[in-house]
Write a new protein. Structure first.
Ligand code: FES
Length: 106
């Protein structure tokens, strides 16, 4: 099995583990959505809607955001130094232990 565990920090501060397969080419957004998190993903993962915004809480090394992702993040009302669009983050073995918090769109 090539599953990794990603943690989602809930509003309560509790961390929920989410198992994610690394061999299916899924994005973090797809994993979170499939786990029941309320992500609208209206653009379908094209870095255009910003509804899949997450804040990365662990110091997991992630690939740099693409220009499209950086541009979209810049236009969001609330953004942190570790904000990412989860649709642009591919799930791979390096992400084991990644901890994120969903940033709801106002
Ligand atoms: S799903 Fe629209 S920006 Fe990620």
């Amino acid at each position: 099995m090539s599953d990794i565990t990603i943690y989602v920090q809930e509003a309560s501060g509790e961390k929920t583990p989410v198992e994610a397969p690394t061999d299916m080419g899924l994005s973090l957004m797809e994993i979170l959505k499939a786990s029941g998190y309320p992500i609208a993903a209206t653009c379908g993962g094209m870095a255009l809607c910003g509804t899949c915004h997450v804040e990365v809480l662990s110091n997991t090394e992630l690939p740099e955001p693409s220009d499209d992702e950086a541009y979209m993040l810049d236009s969001l009302p609330v953004v942190t130094d570790t904000s990412r669009l989860s649709c642009q983050v591919k799930v791979d073995p390096d992400l084991d232990g990644l901890t994120v918090k969903l940033v709801p769109v106002e």
